[in-house]
Design a protein around this ligand. Structure first.
Ligand code: BGC
Length: 761
């Protein structure tokens, strides 16, 4: 028996102390167990627990680890990441629990970011569903599938607020809003961790990247961040804090500087804020080689930056080998203390204890689960449904969409027949042989009713080298035919069709890590393809793939229908057909602002007002805050998204026009589905604090509800406004609300709202 064999070989097991460790487990018992274990550990073994080398299929960053097995035997490894598969993990765990002196089990981590083999839409897309139950469910299924494959720890959720779509990692987060981002963060943590970490279907979450990684200058990945404390606390910290409040087990540091000091070595961040202010009691792991990268940041040599990181409150070193190779020396030289090493070691052992690994190190190595739990029809059906909720209909002139299943449809574009690109960035367990490309799904969806004619039409872009850089990790799609040949084929196909569906935009690796862009418009070759297709005079639907907000001014001017589908996961192709052919009405709403051009960036809805705001309705006014060459408005505002139906908002009602700090006001509006489709609408509530001790944003999201309305149906949606929603961090970084006038705004997006005033006494 698995456990039995372990019990025979282990020097010490948690079972000796407690039958089952749970998050609520008697802390006393856990402490006793860990005291006992640590009492047997040498300094080197303690430092070993702080070491997280990489091993496996995926290698990011600059370093590669070697001789991992030897290190495990010597007790020099606390966990591994990017090893997957029950048999692989069992083999490696066996080395730890049978061949190392103290037989301490390893943690097995992985970037399970938006699903495992059943891939859900990229996090940015998921956020556009505004559906917290669905998001939680996606994390629950991801946990179930990955734990069935041996994983017990995921490097997710990524909750970095991002106001700059040049940054490719916008794809991995929940958009620009701290309130929505916090809701998502908590939902994901609860989805992964469930109520009980010892349950074999749950895994430990790791909120990242703490902190501010989404605000690099110029949107260039890994770049400098420079931000006021006020903005950190009000705009960027809330989603990390929400994860802590939801009980996240671990936190990952970010690569960037925070107030001039790299996050990994930043004591204010990792101890004063994270632990002392927020009460975090899990462990902190660095991002990939973040410790050794502090050398390039100019913080000293490996020994110095390692000591600095440990003292700051970082517990585990991902890949840099800094803790492993220098802490002993630093201890001798008085640069770190034994108490600091003990604290970090204890936190990592606690995580293993909470996961139940001391009771059964092979807990996640049940081979029978692989077939039962991974990529099941059930999980795929959930992913398909969620994907339909994430697509955002940006334009639909004369109700071109949905298309009817009849006649001939030309499906054209470099993204129309690629499977590898469907799931999006960071989908490391995707099995592209098991799901459809859009072309395949469309043929199935139209079988017997309509004909699909396919042509690739163009490459992603003209420059082959640039395309190679934008299609890495096995996602290459270059066609060796000339641009003219590709175009001729497309025009031929288009000439025979009644309508053209163009599958265009970004490849999946044009967003994600190290995928920043300065030009967010349609890549050149695809723009030329679309221009030629437009000349045919046939109606064109753009099915637009992207991992960020892009610049779609030209598309908005030139094409009648645009469905932004992000990257929808393994079931994306079927989900796209569900929406394009009207089985489901689109309901996603943008969680990032779409600019008219790159020069407007950063452009976000919850901005401050300036002393010289542009007057409403104007696009330029001398000596006002504006541009000579473009107005200040976005192309599509935060919260925007169309439906196949129409919704009428009744008058906004307030239960009262004043309240005190203990009271509440209810804002209600009746929404009616006035169109021809049953559909979902996302009703949004924003608040503006008119006068504050610090300048306050022109509006901030403070509530939302996703409702389903049948044709003709009405529903009254109510939002409670309490003092909590009026609070913000003031100059002293206290969380306060201040008496005075407020505006409450309700509508279907951040721009088109009804406004009422109230006061806080
Ligand atoms: C990324 C992290 C990721 C880590 C491990 C890093 O390059 O920034 O988000 O979790 O690699 O794969």
């Amino acid at each position: 028996m698995r456990i039995g064999r372990f019990l025979l070989t282990a020097v010490i097991t948690a079972s000796a102390v407690t039958a089952m460790a749970t998050p609520q487990a008697d802390k006393g018992k856990m402490d006793q167990f860990i005291d006992n274990l640590m009492g047997k550990m040498t300094l080197q073994e303690k430092i070993g627990q702080l070491n997280l080398p990489v091993s496996g299929e995926i290698v990011t960053g600059q370093a590669k680890s070697s001789d991992v097995a030897g290190k495990i035997r010597k007790g020099q490894v606390g966990g591994l990441f990017n090893v997957k598969g029950v048999e692989n993990i069992r083999e490696v765990q066996k080395i730890a629990v049978e061949q190392s002196r103290l037989k301490i089990p390893l943690l097995f981590g992985m970037d399970v970011i938006h699903g495992y083999e059943t891939v859900f839409p990229i996090p940015l897309a998921l956020s556009c569903s505004w559906d917290m139950e669905a998001i939680k469910e996606s994390a629950r299924i991801a946990a179930k599938e990955s734990s069935a494959d041996g994983i017990c720890w995921t490097f997710s959720p990524m909750v970095d607020i991002c106001r700059d779509p040049r940054w490719g990692r916008m794809a991995e987060g929940g958009g620009e809003d701290p309130y929505l981002g916090s809701e998502i963060s908590a939902a994901m943590v609860k989805g992964y961790q469930g109520d009980d970490l010892t349950d074999k279907n749950t895994i430990m979450a790791c909120v990242k990247h703490f902190a501010l990684y989404g605000a690099p200058e110029a949107g260039r990945d890994y770049n400098t961040v420079d931000m006021s404390h006020l903005s950190m606390f009000n705009n960027y910290f809330p989603p990390y804090k929400a994860a802590i409040d939801a009980g996240v087990g671990s936190v990952m540091t970010s690569f960037n500087v925070v107030d001039g000091i790299p996050a990994t070595g930043n004591k204010w961040l990792m101890t004063d804020v994270l632990r002392d202010r927020w009460g975090f009691d899990g462990f902190v792991v660095t991002d990939y080689t973040a410790i050794s990268e502090m050398i390039a940041h100019g913080m000293g040599d490996l020994q110095q930056v390692s000591a600095m990181s440990l003292s700051a409150g970082t517990d585990m070193d991902m890949v840099a080998d800094g803790f492993l190779t220098t802490l002993e020396k630093s201890l001798k030289e008085g640069k770190v203390t034994m108490a600091e090493i003990d604290k970090a070691c204890r936190r990592i052992l606690e995580a293993k204890y909470k996961l139940g690994l001391f009771d059964d190190p092979y807990k996640y190595c049940d081979a029978s689960r692989v077939k039962k739990d991974i990529f099941t029809a059930e999980n795929r059906a959930v992913a398909r449904k969620i994907a339909t909720e994430t697509f955002v209909l940006l334009k639909n002139e004369n109700n071109l969409l949905p298309l009817q299943r009849k006649g001939k449809i030309a499906l054209v574009g470099p993204l129309a027949n690629t499977k590898a690109n469907m799931p999006g960035t960071w989908s490391v367990a995707a099995a592209s042989d098991k799901y459809n490309s859009l072309y395949e799904s469309m043929k199935q969806s139209l079988a017997g009713k309509a004909e699909v004619l396919y042509a690739k039409g163009s490459n992603l872009m003209y420059d082959a080298q640039r395309e190679a850089e934008a299609t890495m990790f096995g996602r290459e799609m270059r066609d060796s035919r000339s641009a003219q040949e590709l175009l001729d084929e497309a025009l031929n196909v288009a000439s025979q069709a009644d309508v053209i569906v163009a599958a265009v935009g970004e490849s999946s690796e044009m967003s994600g890590e190290s995928s920043s862009r300065t030009n967010l418009e349609m890549p050149d070759a695809q723009r030329d393809l679309l221009t030629a297709l437009k000349k045919t005079g046939k109606p064109i639907v753009l099915v637009y793939f992207a991992g960020r907000s892009t610049v779609m001014t030209w598309e908005q001017e030139n094409f009648p229908a645009i469905l932004n589908v992000w990257f929808g996961g393994s079931e994306a192709a079927d989900a796209i057909c569900d929406v394009v052919f009207g089985d489901v009405s689109p309901s996603g709403k943008l969680t990032t602002t779409f600019p008219k051009n790159v020069g407007q960036i950063p452009l976000y809805y919850n901005h401050l007002n300036t002393g010289r705001p542009l007057e409403a309705g104007k696009w330029f006014s001398k000596f006002r805050s504006n541009y000579l060459d473009i107005d200040n408005d976005p192309l599509y505002p935060f919260g925007y998204g169309l439906s196949y139906t129409t919704f009428r908002y009744g008058d906004l009602q307030l239960s009262n026009n004043s309240m005190n700090e203990k009271g509440k006001i209810t804002a209600s509006v009746t929404v009616t589905n006035t169109g021809n489709y049953d559909a979902d609408e996302i009703v949004q509530m924003y608040i503006r604090d008119m006068v504050g001790s610090v300048a306050r944003p022109v509006k901030e999201l403070k509530g939302f509800e996703r409702i389903h309305l049948k044709k003709g149906e009405s529903r009254t949606v109510s939002f409670d406004i309490t003092a909590e929603q009026l609070k913000f961090y003031n100059s002293a970084l206290n969380w306060v609300c201040e008496p005075g006038e407020f505006e409450v705004m309700v509508g279907g997006n951040s721009r088109d709202v009804q406004t009422k005033k109230f006061s806080l006494q």
